[in-house]
Design a protein around this ligand. Structure first.
Ligand code: TRP
Length: 336
């Protein structure tokens, strides 16, 4: 890899189906980054063990996420794309960092507190140390940029703290990773039910469009999106749920289409039924090729395995360099 480029790491959760929010919020940005940075993207399968997935589902989930990301434009020839569990240096660094992470600070993390509320019967140590594993994912490649959403910024701050603690104690090794902020380019995709929440992997499935949805499912979901009887005054402000529909249309339809409905809205001649029909067709045209490619990839397990193997090889080159330095720093160096 070209070592002149900055190093980027990001992990993709292997639970749930990818939806438009993931596509426009994250994957599209990964695709843009792959040319300009040394990118390491991985499926965070170890992280998913905190919720005890069934063994027979684990592989299916990993292969699906891999296929859906490739079908969305992630190029495994360019970015290094691998499964977290294929890199034994990650759990090794995780163990080292655990000695620098304090129980008190881990218990205060909002995502941990949420999990304690959501699954009080399964508050395992893996949940508590989730941010330490995430820090190991990032620091193993000595990454400087991490493209993540707002909800992950606290985890990133902890990764910086752990990096600093290692450096202070054992000597400079890790740069401090920063959140990669796409600023205004970051698109939020709102749920179709007008609830004001974002499309989500687990909630409001009927108001979320998944990359695996059939044409029929897409049409149905869009036709059911919340609207009203239309504006009664020219140039009025759009209610939030109508604005969300326009925002979604802006992502998938040609600008002329969007403009014509915008003009109709301002003139109070808009027919939401027509707008939704148009949107449904544009959405089908957008999603169907991704869905079909992802499906073909998932049927070709041998290719997916080759991609994973090759990705693991490349990721381990970088990971093994870091781990030998980390061991040396700590003083684990008995044979030379
Ligand atoms: N915690 C991230 C999420 O929930 C996934 C993740 C795991 C990750 N390890 C990472 C993201 C390392 C960026 C870097 O989305």
């Amino acid at each position: 890899m070209n070592s002149q480029k900055e190093i980027v790491v990001s992990g993709i959760r292997s639970t749930g189906y990818l939806h438009l929010g993931n596509y426009f919020g994250a994957i599209r940005n990964y695709v843009k980054m792959q040319a300009d940075y040394d990118c390491y993207f991985f499926v965070a399968d170890y992280h998913s063990l905190t919720t005890h997935p069934k063994p027979e589902d684990l592989k299916k989930n990993v292969f699906r996420v891999l296929a859906e990301n490739i079908a969305s434009g992630l190029n495994p020839e360019q970015a290094v794309f691998y499964a977290q569990s294929d890199i034994p240096e990650i759990p090794e660094l995780y163990l080292m960092l655990n000695m620098l992470a304090y129980k008190g600070e881990l218990e205060k993390v909002p995502t941990f507190k949420d999990k304690v509320r959501q699954q009080p019967d399964n508050v395992n140590a893996g949940l508590l140390t989730y941010p330490v594993l995430m820090a190991a994912d990032i620091l193993i490649h000595r990454a400087v940029k991490v493209p993540v959403g707002k909800d992950q910024e606290q985890h990133l701050e902890m990764a910086r703290n752990f990096a600093q603690r290692y450096n202070n104690r054992y000597g400079e090794l890790f740069p401090e990773p920063q959140a990669f902020n796409f600023g205004s380019q970051l698109s939020k995709v709102m749920s179709l039910d007008g609830s004001g929440s974002k499309m989500s992997k687990s909630e409001n499935e009927n108001a979320t469009i998944y990359l695996a949805d059939s044409d029929e499912a897409i049409r149905k979901k869009i036709m059911k999106a919340k609207t009203d009887s239309g504006p009664t005054e020219n140039n009025s402000e759009k209610p939030a749920y109508i604005q969300s529909l326009f925002d979604l249309m802006a992502l998938i339809s040609p600008p002329e289409t969007l403009n014509s409905y915008d003009t109709a809205f301002n003139a109070c001649t808009i027919r939401y039924g027509d707008m939704k029909k148009q949107m449904a067709e544009d959405m089908v045209a957008f999603v169907a090729p991704i869905r079909e490619w992802a499906r073909q990839l998932q049927e070709d397990e041998e290719s997916l395995r080759t991609i994973l193997r090759r990705g693991a090889e490349r990721a381990r080159e970088s990971a093994s360099r870091t781990i030998s330095l980390a061991r040396k720093g700590i003083g684990i160096q008995y044979y030379s």
